[in-house]
Design a protein around this ligand. Structure first.
Ligand SMILES: Cc1cc2nc3c(=O)[nH]c(=O)nc-3n(C[C@H](O)[C@H](O)[C@H](O)COP(=O)(O)O)c2cc1C
Length: 163
């Protein structure tokens, strides 16, 4: 059995829906156990116990969400040099950009010697005004399908041992 760890945070629900879509798709793969963890709950042992990773977060102030950064801050040194070469992918929910959050996570993942196995997926919600940004998000089904593809691809690769 291979284990996929999905770590997520969300303020208005978008990244949570994206993470769940990826998790549901990954669970359909035989031989894969999916561990879906909200970032504040995720611990170094969760990271060590997983064979691959999916990180899902909104972009806030050109960065990953603070609680996602807190996750990396807490686990980085406990897992450093113990997860080298394991596969990962990133999904960002952003109002209009998302590239800052992608860059930050890629840099951290490089430090951890993780291997990117899918292009970063950015879902744009077009939330630009204060009202739109604060409103609960509903991610369109076609975007959730893209998230499902990422989850399914990670799971299939892990199950087949191709990463
Ligand atoms: C404090 C704050 C800062 C934000 N900064 C950015 C930003 O730098 N770039 C961007 O594209 N969107 C930004 N947004 C918009 C969110 O990324 C967008 O609303 C996204 O859909 C939220 O995802 P979530 O529903 O998972 O929380 C910001 C939102 C908040 C609340």
């Amino acid at each position: 059995m291979k284990r996929l760890l999905i770590v997520w945070h969300s303020h208005t629900g978008g990244s949570r829906q994206m993470a769940r879509a990826a998790a549901d798709a990954a669970r359909t793969e035989n031989g894969i156990e999916v561990c879906l963890r909200h970032a504040p709950e995720a611990q170094p042992d969760d990271v060590l116990a997983a064979d691959g990773y999916l990180f899902a977060t909104p972009e806030n102030l050109a960065s990953m969400a603070g609680l996602m950064k807190d996750f990396f801050d807490r686990v980085y040194y406990p897992v450093l040099d113990r997860i080298n070469g394991r596969p990962y992918a990133v999904m960002i929910c952003a109002g209009s950009d998302g590239s800052g959050a992608v860059r930050q996570i890629e840099r951290i993942a490089t430090g951890l010697r993780l291997k990117p196995v899918a292009p970063p997926l950015i879902v744009i919600t077009h939330a630009q005004t204060r009202e739109a940004i604060l409103a609960p998000k509903t991610i369109p089904v076609e975007e959730l399908a893209r998230c499902a593809e990422v989850g399914a691809g990670l799971a299939a690769g892990l199950a087949a041992g191709v990463f």
